[in-house]
Design a protein around this ligand. Structure first.
Ligand SMILES: C[S@@+](CC[C@H](N)C(=O)[O-])C[C@H]1O[C@@H](n2cnc3c(N)ncnc32)[C@H](O)[C@@H]1O
Length: 134
């Protein structure tokens, strides 16, 4: 219980809103829990915001597509893709369980129970990746 409280106090929720310039009725809100920790995968990097905006802009192409996010960390682009109708797999290093925990936490917060979270370490063989999907 105490651990959880400490952990919770290290988490800061950030909100991102994506809007359609020409139609303000089309918008998407995404919440990303960031962890106050110096590891790379604990917060939203500026490039993730740019990629997420790109995903939002191209959302009509995502329906029924499968999207794999590599090195997802807190997973902003993947979550936007999932909210826009893609079947999404989030991944981070299999050796960094806290990063995988972030992927799962972000899915929970955004009510995305069908997003798969897998450990994929880039330098490991593709077979490792395939077996992590089963
Ligand atoms: C610069 S952070 C970017 C995180 C997220 N994509 C973003 O833009 O907010 C790099 C991410 O790659 C992950 N990563 C680093 N080395 C990795 C490896 N060898 N295999 C898989 N993921 C790795 C880190 O855990 C981290 O989540």
């Amino acid at each position: 219980m105490e651990n959880r409280a400490t952990e919770m106090s290290n988490i800061v929720q950030k909100s991102f809103t994506f809007e359609e310039y020409e139609d303000p009725k089309q918008s998407l809100n995404v919440s990303i829990p960031e962890v106050l920790d110096p590891q790379y995968g604990m917060h939203v990097w500026p490039c993730a915001v740019v990629l997420a905006q790109y995903v939002w802009t191209h959302r009509e192409e995502l329906m029924h597509k499968t999207v794999l996010e590599l090195g997802a960390g807190v997973s902003l682009p993947g979550v936007v893709a999932a909210k826009c109708g893609a079947q999404v797999i989030l991944s981070d290093s299999a050796e960094l369980p806290l990063c995988l925990e972030n992927c799962r936490r972000t899915c929970e917060v955004n009510e995305l129970p069908n997003v798969l979270v897998v450990g994929i370490t880039w330098e490991k063989s593709p077979q490792t990746f395939c077996s992590s999907l089963h």
